[in-house]
Design a protein around this ligand. Structure first.
Ligand SMILES: CC(C)(COP(=O)(O)OP(=O)(O)OC[C@H]1O[C@@H](n2cnc3c(N)ncnc32)[C@H](O)[C@@H]1OP(=O)(O)O)[C@@H](O)C(=O)NCCC(=O)NCCS
Length: 168
């Protein structure tokens, strides 16, 4: 089901038939180096999709959602993740196939998903966590108006937040 359309992309719910494509790009060395997994299999993707589709998203604390990002009329190029951290805040994550980096697709879809969440839920804050050496992810967050509010040199992690203005 298509949830959001942007100029170049569509953001939609996932089903199990997306698992091979998801595993294909999530298992690339340059993609997984910034993520929590060492290897990403079709089985991992199926498990995630099944889990997400099993529990309805109500916008309550700990609710999760995962979306596919497709080029309009074309291939799936990445996925977006949301975990509600409270009724008014959520954490966002994103993973894109390296073949489709450097076109602004991640910014376009992340910005659209934040707008969608703000329009449909009483969201006041968005959170994101990155590895310190993930320059591309940091640039994306800063471009979208996030600010760094915490870091751990030991864990090599940085925490970012974006407050939602009343009139957005
Ligand atoms: C994080 C990640 C999604 C960023 O991808 P990205 O390609 O840098 O981001 P975008 O798709 O928004 O593209 C932005 C780039 O496209 C350029 N660009 C080209 N056309 C553009 C357009 N129409 N609009 C905006 N930017 C455009 C920008 O100038 C920017 O250039 P840069 O790569 O030189 O900085 C990607 O690196 C990734 O998937 N990494 C692996 C997983 C990961 O790290 N996830 C985050 C964990 S916290």
């Amino acid at each position: 089901m298509i949830v959001i359309e942007t100029e170049r992309l569509q953001i939609r719910t996932l089903d199990e038939s997306d698992a091979p494509r998801m595993a294909e790009y999530r298992n690339k060395r340059e993609v997984k180096q910034y993520q929590s997994w060492r290897h990403y299999s079709v089985r991992d993707a199926k498990k995630l999709i099944r889990m997400i589709n099993k529990y309805p998203f109500r916008g309550e604390r700990y609710d999760m959602m995962q979306y596919a990002v497709d080029i309009k009329g074309g291939i799936m190029i990445g996925d977006l993740h949301i975990t509600m951290t409270g009724k008014r805040s959520f954490m966002i994550g994103y993973t894109f196939d390296s073949l489709y980096w450097h076109h602004g697709y991640a910014r376009e879809s992340v910005a659209a998903l934040i707008d969608y969440m703000v329009a449909n839920y009483p969201i006041k804050k968005v959170l994101a966590y990155i590895m310190t050496y993930n320059e591309a992810s940091r640039r994306l967050l800063l471009d979208l108006g996030f600010e760094k509010f915490d870091e751990s040199k030991f864990l090599r992690e940085e925490s970012y937040q974006k407050f939602i203005e009343e009139d957005t």
